[in-house]
Design a protein around this ligand. Structure first.
Ligand SMILES: [Zn+2]
Ligand SMILES: [Zn+2]
Ligand SMILES: [Zn+2]
Length: 710
């Protein structure tokens, strides 16, 4: 039962951003972490009603282990437990007799009186004679065990169901609980508090756990012993692995000039923090640096390291991996280093907006290191903690609270937000709740009424956070040690990059010319979003105000009235819903005004570069080769299409074309093979662009010619 995790497990960070270890964060949706395994709950054990037939003389078992298991189950149902007693061996048969007895059989051996400090625990043994004796026989060459003697006569009281589970034989701490106990114990909690916390987390009443405080104490002590014994070995492995990781980075840098990495050393000259990124990521960042998501969800028990990963979103709405960092702790100092290093990797370009979790140290680090960057706290991250925080204190009112909280998140007026927030606090009696305090303290970083002016490119959506999570889980599923982890990140980034191919096609749904124009310019992802707004715009009415601005309101619903300001000289439009500033997609209200003003095409400025088809990751921003390629590729494609259409009319035609094409293509191919492979210009940027050399030591970019974008 006592085992410490020998693999490198990456577990979700469980400490609460409020700073208190007592708050248990269960993740909504992450079922494997969230709910206790059913067998862990005591009451479900009673649920299996099948009665177990009492053993009888002559009953047969395939093995003695089967027999013991059966007897154990029978005992459990009947209020006692069993243990193995004697066995008899013969040279021909091996073990051929086994005695199993009631746990209270026999008498406690007389204590030796020399060791004075031995605890005098009262023995439960009272000479009970309940037993099951087995004998082995060989029938037609196959061995089997039969019950030779059985007695269910006890000289003591049998236990009730809720007592029997406390017999040592039935007490078990499952793996998930073991991990949690170790974490809490590491954080310095005494065993009695750990047990209380576990009960609270599982919503189990005191004393109803399938194990006792004593078991937890034994488990913790045994683990400490194992850890101490293995510490020297483990720390050597940790050091070797992290050095190997550094060596792997060095080798990668030699093979791929676009690769960047950096690390810090601690006072003992050991590697403390390490970060790296790939040429493809740096290249992608040069196009999609408007918004960055920095996620730090997992920690390795074995290495004691926290993983942080930077992600972005491309024009097709897909997650881009920007880089990754392993940190030795969660202090502001470590986070600061991580943020500085990231900006350095990315050629000194600061993101416009950064999205993170609630971690207070990380918040401070962002404020300090990225002063010009807007900081947003991921609503998905907040929502994943809300049930842990409020479902217990609010009980049956939790659902009501949750929908009120959701409404608050979506509100678009800051003053109304403040008012309604206060109403919510008094309605639910949360005035003294520290998590409500924490949420309010940072509300300007997550409530839509405040963050709608920051550009987020739709990464606040649940689908996005699911995709980053899937990316990380994909890495963690396979690896066991750090060097393998490093390889796995590289593989995942490659797969992600290779998968960038446009496949979707979105059909037109209106007869509005704007829709067709948008489809030809935007990627399917961005176009779908605009199309939804365009369809919605049909349900809105506009009325022009004397000053030239517009009031736009839904034809039925009373709320959600918007003010749209139109500046004709600059062809600029501003809607009070701020959707364009937030996602880069025009809202239904602005679209409605454009339609009212007889616009059949939208001004160019409303097709952001970041959402255009032509802004492709396969396109190296430094060269125009790709656009030239695109042109001749299209020419070639339409030529080929015509050729196939014309040739498929008759068999003669198609035979002719087939023969000629094969001949010609083979000739061209062999010519191409004879030409030099490079002319100094990178054509294929699926390999990182070699032209983007990043000067500096350790492969770290020191280019500071670009200043923060905001
Ligand atoms: Zn907390
Ligand atoms: Zn007994
Ligand atoms: Zn609007």
């Amino acid at each position: 039962m006592t085992s410490i995790p020998s693999k490198n497990l990456w577990i979700r960070r469980q400490q609460c951003p409020c700073g208190d270890w007592k708050c248990y964060i269960a993740y909504e949706g992450g079922a494997e972490e969230a709910s206790p395994a059913p067998e862990e709950l005591v009451n479900t054990e009673k649920a299996s009603p099948e009665a177990i037939v009492a053993p009888y003389v002559g009953m047969l078992f395939k093995s003695d282990d089967d027999a013991f298991e059966y007897y154990g189950k029978f005992a459990r149902k009947n209020g006692f437990s069993v243990r193995k007693e004697r066995s008899r061996l013969s040279p021909q048969l091996g073990v051929y007799k086994r005695d199993f007895v009631c746990h209270r059989s026999g008498f406690a051996p007389a204590k030796k009186s020399n060791g004075g400090h031995q605890r005098d625990r009262k023995s439960v043994r009272c000479g009970c004679d309940a037993k099951m004796h087995l004998s082995k026989e060989i029938v037609e060459g196959v061995s089997q065990w039969f019950v030779a003697q059985f007695s269910n006569v006890h000289n003591h009281e049998l236990l009730e169901d809720d007592q029997v589970r406390l017999l040592p034989a039935y007490r078990k701490i499952n793996e998930a609980a073991q991990e949690r106990i170790l974490l809490l114990s590491k954080a310095g909690f005494p065993v009695n508090r750990i047990v209380k916390m576990l009960e609270l987390e599982k919503g189990i009443q005191g004393g109803q756990m399938p194990y006792m405080e004593r078991d937890v104490r034994n488990f913790v002590q045994n683990c400490k012993k194992v850890v101490q014994e293995n510490e020297a070995m483990l720390s050597e492995k940790r050091e070797n692995d992290i050095l190997e990781l550094v060596r792997a980075c060095k080798a990668m840098k030699e093979a791929d000039d676009g690769f960047v990495y950096d690390f810090t050393m601690d006072e003992h000259n050991n590697v403390a923090n390490i970060a790296w990124s790939y040429g493809v990521s740096v290249n992608a960042y040069s196009m999609f640096n408007d918004v960055v998501y920095f996620d730090t969800p997992y920690r390795s028990i074995m290495y004691g390291l926290l993983i942080g990963a930077w992600f972005g979103i491309d024009n097709y709405g897909r997650t881009i991996f920007f880089g990754c960092v392993l940190l030795q702790d969660e202090t502001r100092r470590s986070f600061s280093w991580a943020l500085q290093t990231f900006v350095r990797f990315m050629g000194g370009r600061y993101p416009q907006t950064i999205v993170t979790d609630l971690d207070p140290e990380l918040r401070d680090a962002v404020r300090r290191e990225l002063p010009g960057t807007k900081h947003v706290i991921s609503i998905c991250n907040i929502m994943s903690k809300v049930p842990s925080w409020f479902s217990l204190p609010l009980g049956s009112r939790y659902e009501e609270f949750k929908s009120e909280f959701d409404a608050l998140y979506h509100m678009d007026n800051a003053e109304e937000f403040e008012l309604r927030w206060n109403q919510m606090i008094s309605a639910f009696g949360l005035g003294a709740d520290k998590h409500i305090d924490l949420l309010y303290y940072v509300h300007a970083s997550w409530a839509l009424s405040y963050i709608k002016v920051f550009f987020l490119a739709r990464i606040e959506k649940t689908a996005y956070s699911k995709s980053t999570d899937a990316f990380l889980k994909g890495i963690f599923n396979v690896q066991t040690c750090l060097p393998r982890f490093f390889e796995q990140v590289g593989v995942a980034v490659n797969i992600q990059h290779q998968a960038r191919q446009e496949t979707q096609h979105v059909y037109l749904k209106t007869c509005i010319p704007i829709e067709e124009q948008a489809r030809s310019i935007l990627t399917p992802f961005a176009f779908s979003a605009l199309q939804r707004e365009l369809l919605q715009a049909m349900e809105y009415a506009t009325s022009e105000m004397p000053n030239g601005s517009y009031i736009v309101r839904h034809f039925k619903r009373m709320d959600g009235e918007r003010l749209v300001i139109w500046l004709p000289e600059e062809e600029q439009i501003h809607c009070s819903c701020k959707e364009f500033e937030f996602s880069g997609i025009l809202c239904r209200h602005a679209l409605r005004v454009f339609i009212a003003k007889n616009y059949f095409e939208l001004p160019e400025r409303y097709y952001l570069n970041r959402w255009r088809r032509e802004c492709s990751l396969l396109l190296d921003a430094d060269h125009n080769n790709q656009s030239v390629d695109d042109e001749w590729f299209q020419e070639y494609q339409s030529l080929a299409e015509t050729l196939f259409a014309k040739s498929s009319r008759t068999k003669e035609r198609s035979d002719y074309v087939r023969g000629e094409l094969t001949k010609e293509l083979t000739r061209i191919l062999s010519e191409v093979r004879n030409l030099p492979e490079t002319d100094g210009v990178t054509m294929d940027s699926t390999v990182s662009p070699t032209s983007r050399n990043l000067p500096g030591t350790n492969g770290v970019a020191t280019d500071t010619s670009v200043s923060p974008t905001s």
